[in-house]
Design a binder for this molecule. Structure first.
Ligand SMILES: CSC[C@H]1O[C@H](OP(=O)(O)O)[C@H](O)[C@@H]1O
Ligand SMILES: Nc1ncnc2[nH]cnc12
Length: 286
């Protein structure tokens, strides 16, 4: 198998990546409408496909993003791995604004989002014990470092529903829970990536200290200002990451995440849902 990196660009990264032969492609999903145009192109001859998470001009709130449609269209495009670039708040003194964090764990406090491709008539339970692909995360961290970023390897990300930022009491509680960074989007994206058998990693860019420090409070304008200052570094990181990929992609354990995960007996399966899952779960449903 060869590498085909999917990149989901978050706040401040809606403009996309520097791709050779970039073109917009029409891909639709039975799960809904992706956030915006799907742009595919190449870096150093290797295919990369990009979606802006909040759409062109940042139209979508974190709650309104159709995470299933985004992951499903990336899968349909033949993406093999997904890197999320996200703005994050820091809940840890040493993770300062401007730093990058290669996230490795999540606490999910989102509410009411569609967190699974599966459902009534086709039930699946995948493992999320290690929700991030260690290989992709390391490659991304190495590339960020090589681009000049200060990188923290590992960090627990708490996903909140938003769109409001947290209260001070919440921010302090999340620190007690062991969360080190905070955002509004990596869940259910990470869950869905796993169900779609796509190794997933989050490279978070710290934009603020949230509001746990005395007297400080985050503002959206601050997040965008830091992201604007870091956008070139993020693009260079993706370029270096893709350049560093070996020609051939060896197997990842996530490639077979659905093995043994579907528990609904063949005779009890919902045919319509099975048809919608042709890209996500076709490997095991065919
Ligand atoms: C614009 S401030 C809050 C916003 O920024 C982050 O977005 P993303 O993860 O897509 O970079 C955060 O999760 C919120 O959605
Ligand atoms: N403090 C914060 N809380 C939630 N999402 C964020 N994205 C960037 N900073 C954030």
């Amino acid at each position: 198998m060869i590498w085909h990196l999917g990149v989901i660009g978050g706040s401040g990264l809606a403009e996309g990546l520097d791709l050779d032969d970039a073109q917009e492609i029409a891909v639709s999903s039975p799960f809904g409408t992706p956030s915006g145009p799907v742009i595919t192109g190449k870096i150093a001859g290797k295919r990369v496909t990009f979606i802006a998470r909040h759409g062109k001009g940042h139209r979508l709130t974190p709650s309104a993003v159709d995470y299933r449609a985004n992951i499903d269209v990336l899968k349909r495009c033949g993406v093999t791995d997904v890197l999320s670039l996200s703005a994050i708040g820091s809940l840890a003194e040493d993770m300062a604004p401007g730093h990058f964090v290669a996230v490795d764990q999540f606490i999910d406090r989102t509410q009411g989002r569609c967190g699974s491709f599966f459902g009534e008539g086709l039930v699946a339970h995948v493992s999320l014990a290690d929700p991030v692909c260690a290989r992709l995360s390391k490659l991304a961290a190495d590339a960020a470092e090589a681009s000049g970023a200060t990188v923290h390897r590992g960090g627990c990300y708490i996903a909140i529903e938003g769109p409001q930022f947290s209260t001070r009491a919440e921010s302090r509680l999340y620190r007690q829970w062991g969360a080190q960074v905070i955002g509004m989007t990596a869940m259910p994206e990470a869950r869905l990536g796993r169900e779609a058998e796509l190794p997933y990693a989050v490279l978070g860019m710290v934009t603020d200290y949230d509001c746990w420090r005395d007297g400080e409070a985050v503002a959206a304008s601050e997040v965008f200002a830091v992201m604007k200052a870091n956008a070139a570094l993020a693009r260079e990181t993706v370029r270096k990451l893709v350049v560093s990929l070996p020609k051939k992609r060896s197997a990842s354990p996530v490639d077979t995440a659905l093995d043994g995960a579907i528990v609904t007996a063949p005779g009890a399966r919902d045919g319509n849902l099975a048809a919608m899952l042709d890209a996500v779960a076709g490997r095991v449903l065919r």
